[in-house]
Each structure stands twice: as structure tokens, then as C-alpha cells.
Design a protein around this ligand. Structure first.
Ligand code: F6P
Length: 528
């Protein structure tokens, strides 16, 4: 199997011609048309990356050598590309774009079940609030999308989330709610997740306290492990299924989105799926060089493997997308945060750290590091052109800030300019030579800008599916299986052992640091 690291030396020559981003615009008059791609409501602009057109072409040839076309075809054909778990990866089937006739029938039945259930809850009016319990992929997607829908959709029921095993999470979610009017939706693909089961138990006890035997009717499960949910005493007709071919972090399109359907309505959810389907078709059908997820993936590989950037900041200039970087942390880092290839070899350098926060807030926190830190990090800026808040002055300022940041990162401000400014302001010469370097922006810091015409459910689905496919392409390039997550297991097993020991008031066989922490907790925390 070809490995990316074996090919990297071939790319070295393009580092030289990609050295200065601003001069790339002069050298390449067609740069904008090559690096800007529009698809539906989304426009991707990768022209402010430190990558020449020739470098991009070399990366695309490499992608062809790594059989990206073949992997893409196998993905959409529903082959078992999650090789370590021998499963197909069919989240596009949830959007109607892949899947066998049986899969399509099962998805259609699930969508109908969700639609009629959501409509029933919405029309009956008994429930006023939903408490959505889940963690990781059973939480981050629904949370992000709930916020995103709020930009343009009317919310019929209040939607709260409880994810963390920290009692504060479920306490906050239940605080002030009336059990009579609360529906609890427990979402867990495995139905074995400690946090979710514990929060579900607490929520059920809370319902029972007020409703007694009637509590069961307020309790819904969404899972790929029906038996697990039934063992948890959830009646069969209150369980919504999904399938093992949907990864947790790719599952918001399935019944995992039930709370969204209830709160915002099935039509909004359908539009969300349609937006993703449009991106699926773009990814499936467009040649690699005109394919946004592929171009984004190539840029990411370039920044990580050739330029040595260790992280990627994703900064949505849209409050309603403020959970986007947290969502992407799981999507990208749980998918591609791996050092071993599918074939069991060293994968070399893979997934960067993904981080970020909403703009403009980040400007007043970590942007200093982005502009003047020793190396900084590439940034994905995400902006929404339409003003959903009926505050045109705020919106213009928001966009102006977004565009200014990418310009500042790229153009910088030379020491000569700073010196001239200080001298013009009559600063003493010795002070100028100390301060000028500190006020200098070296610039040449790469970024991409994604704009959405509006933050509709359609556009949001489109955006999320874009990143899903980017992650897939990068997984192919790095040679890792993007669809398993063995790295989360060890901590879970150890937590179970430690909890058992803590319950028994014992400290078993642990390293001295862990044993001391357990002893400390035994002294200071009350046992339940
Ligand atoms: O611990 C990681 C993980 O398995 C994620 O992959 C998943 O999204 C999350 O836990 C929650 O899992 P579940 O939906 O099975 O409760």
C-alpha cells in the first residue's frame, strides 16, 4: 500500500515557489479562479494559502496515486471501508445518496417514523421541553445544529442537553423544568456509554418522582443497540433505531437528530439532509481538482505534512456556529488522530489539533498568538453573508472583522512600515529600534475563507458534509481508518476499574501518582 510519507520528498520543490502568499497572487493571475469554488450556498476560497497552483496540482496527482478515486467509489458503493470493524460507512445513505435498496428502505422507514413522531409531539402540545441526553457524536452534532437552526427556524419546544457525567450537566438540564411537560430523549449508539446511562438513570428517577408509573411515556431512546435500550427498561415502541454503518460522529443525520426534528420541525430537518446530499453529490461527481472537500483536504495535508503546522484553527464568524470547532474536534481528531495505518504501519504525521472559538471573540483572546506567535496556525474562517438578526450594522462589522483578519494574517505589517510610523510620531530612535520589531507582523500566515449565503438548515447540512468528506479524503491520504476509535477505549476501561475500587474504598494496583489521587479523593469526597 502506498504511504504518503514515501511521496513527500516529491513535493519539496513546491515549498520554494509557495513561499510568499502575496506574491503568488502576482505570479498566478488565475489564482482566484483556481482556488475559489462555489457550490450551492457555499463559496470556498483557499487562495490565501501558502500553496502554489503547481503545488496543488502535485498534491492532486499524489491523491490519484493514493487511489483517492477508488476509495471514493468504494465509499459511495457501500463497501466495508471501515476495515478494522468490517463495516460499511454509509452516512450519505441517510441523505439518500448511497446505500443498497434494503438500506434505502430502512432509511425511508426511519425518516417516516421520526417525522410522524415529531409531528405528533408538536401537534399534541403536551410537551414543552426536551432533555437530550448523549455524549460525543450523540451530543455535539445535535447541539451544533440546534444552534444553527435557531438562526432561521422557529423553535416549538425548548431543547436542553446533558452530556457530561459531572452532576452539574444533568442538574442544569433539568433545572426548573416540569416533569409533566418534559420529554427525555436518550441517545447512544452503543447504549453502554457510562455518562449517558448515568444521566438517563438520573433523569428517569427525576421523572418518576413526579409522574410515578407514567414516567415511561416521557422517555425515548435512540440507539443502534435495541437490546441494550430494552434492558434499560425502555419499551420497544419508544426506541428509534439506527445502524452500525453510521459512525457516532457522522450520526446527526439519523434518528440521533430526533430532538431537532421535534424542536424545529421535520421540514427543517429534511432541508438539512438535502443540503448535505448536495455536498455528497458534489464530492462524488466532481473531478478532484474542482472538488471542494478534496481541495480543502490537500491544503490541510500541505500545511500539516509539508509546512509543519501542528494545528488548524476554525473560526466561525457566526455566533450560531459557535459549537462548530468543538464538533470538528471530534469529527477530525477522532477520525484521523491516529499514528498507525490501516495496514498496521507507522502513518507518520497525521491529523492536526483542531481548535477555535467564535469570531470576533477570539480576536480578543488568542489572535495575538495567530498573528505574532512563533509560527501560528492556519485558519479556516467561516462567515454567513445574510444577516439573520436584523442588525445590519452589527452584521457588516462582523464580516468586516472576518475579512480583515485573513488580510492581516496574510499581508502583515513590515518592520519598515512600523518604523516609519513611529518616527513620524516623533518616537526617540532608541525606542523605535526596541518597539518596532515588537509591533511588526510578519504576515504570510495562511487561511481559507468559507462563506455561506445564509445559515439555513440546507446551508448548514452542506457545510457539515463538506468537512465530513474532507476528513475522509485526509484519512485516505494518511492511510488511516477514519471510522474506528480504538484510542478512546483504554481510559474507559481504567475508569471502570478505578470507580469499582473507589466504591469499595480500596486502592488497587496503580502507579504512585494515580494511587495518591485515589487516596486523596477517598479522604475528601463523600462516598455516595
Ligand atoms: O468514547 C467515544 C465515543 O465512542 C464516540 O465515538 C461516540 O460518539 C461517543 O463515545 C458516544 O457513544 P454512544 O453514542 O455509543 O453513547
Amino acid at each position: 500500500m502506498s504511504r504518503l510519507q514515501d511521496f513527500l520528498p516529491e513535493l519539496s520543490e513546491y515549498k520554494l515557489d509557495s513561499k510568499n502568499i502575496l506574491s503568488l497572487f502576482k505570479q498566478e493571475p488565475m489564482r482566484l479562479s483556481r482556488f475559489v469554488i462555489e457550490e450551492g450556498p457555499l463559496r470556498f476560497d483557499g487562495s490565501k494559502q501558502a500553496l502554489s497552483t503547481a503545488g496543488l496540482d502535485a498534491l492532486l496527482s499524489l491523491a490519484a496515486k493514493m487511489d483517492l478515486n477508488g476509495w471514493r467509489a468504494r465509499f459511495f458503493a457501500g463497501e466495508a471501508i471501515n476495515t478494522s470493524e468490517d463495516r460499511a460507512v454509509l452516512h450519505p445513505a441517510l441523505r439518500g445518496v448511497s446505500g443498497s435498496p434494503e438500506v434505502k428502505a430502512a432509511v425511508a422507514a426511519m425518516r417516516e417514523h421520526m417525522r410522524s413522531f415529531a409531528n405528533k409531539i408538536r401537534s399534541e402540545g403536551q410537551f414543552k421541553s426536551i432533555v437530550h441526553i448523549g455524549i460525543g457524536g450523540s451530543d455535539l452534532g445535535p447541539r451544533l445544529v440546534a444552534d444553527g437552526f435557531a438562526a432561521s427556524q422557529t423553535q416549538a419546544l425548548e431543547l436542553r442537553f446533558a452530556e457530561n457525567v459531572d452532576g452539574a450537566s444533568i442538574n442544569d438540564a433539568l433545572d426548573g423544568l416540569d416533569a409533566q411537560t418534559t420529554l427525555v430523549v436518550v441517545v447512544s449508539k452503543s447504549f453502554t456509554t457510562q455518562e449517558t446511562r448515568m444521566n438517563a438513570e438520573t433523569a428517569r428517577a427525576w421523572l418518576k418522582q413526579s409522574l410515578g408509573d407514567k414516567a415511561g411515556a416521557h422517555f425515548i431512546a435512540v440507539t443502534a443497540n435495541r437490546n441494550g435500550a430494552e434492558d434499560f427498561d425502555i419499551p420497544a415502541d419508544q426506541i428509534f433505531d439506527f445502524w452500525d454503518w453510521v459512525g457516532g460522529r457522522y450520526s446527526v443525520w439519523s434518528a440521533v437528530g430526533l430532538s431537532l426534528q421535534i424542536a424545529y420541525g421535520p421540514d427543517a430537518f429534511d432541508d438539512f439532509l438535502k443540503g448535505a446530499a448536495r455536498m455528497d453529490r458534489h464530492f462524488r461527481d466532481q473531478p478532484l481538482g474542482e472538488n471542494i472537500p478534496v481541495i480543502m483536504a490537500m491544503i490541510g495535508i500541505w500545511n500539516r505534512n509539508m509546512l509543519g503546522y501542528e494545528s488548524l484553527a476554525v473560526i466561525p464568524y457566526a455566533r450560531r456556529l459557535r459549537k462548530f470547532s468543538a464538533f470538528l474536534q471530534q469529527l477530525e481528531m477522532e477520525s484521523n488522530g491516529k499514528e498507525i495505518t490501516r495496514g498496521g504501519h507507522d502513518a507518520g504525521v497525521t491529523c492536526p489539533v483542531i481548535w477555535g472559538d467564535e469570531g470576533t471573540n477570539g480576536q480578543h483572546a488568542f489572535f495575538q498568538w495567530l498573528h505574532q506567535g512563533p509560527k501560528g496556525a492556519p485558519v479556516d474562517f467561516v462567515a454567513v453573508l445574510h444577516d439573520h438578526e436584523a442588525r445590519p450594522d452589527h452584521h457588516q462589522a462582523l464580516l468586516a472583522n472576518c475579512f480583515a483578519q485573513s488580510e492581516a494574517l496574510m499581508c502583515g505589517k513590515s518592520e519598515d512600515t512600523v518604523r516609519a510610523e513611529l518616527e513620524a510620531a516623533n518616537w526617540a530612535a532608541d525606542k523605535v529600534s526596541i518597539i518596532a520589531p515588537q509591533k511588526t507582523f510578519k504576515g504570510n500566515r495562511p487561511s481559507s475563507t468559507i462563506t455561506l449565503t445564509e445559515l439555513s438548515p440546507f446551508a448548514l447540512g452542506h457545510l457539515i458534509a463538506l468537512y465530513e468528506h474532507k476528513v475522509f479524503v485526509q484519512g485516505v491520504m494518511w492511510g488511516v481508518n477514519s471510522f474506528d476509535q480504538w484510542g478512546v477505549e483504554l481510559g474507559k476501561v481504567l475508569a471502570k476499574t478505578i470507580l469499582t475500587e473507589m466504591k469499595a474504598g480500596a486502592v488497587g494496583d496503580h502507579d504512585p501518582s494515580t494511587a495518591a489521587l485515589m487516596a486523596l479523593a477517598a479522604q475528601t469526597s463523600p462516598r455516595p
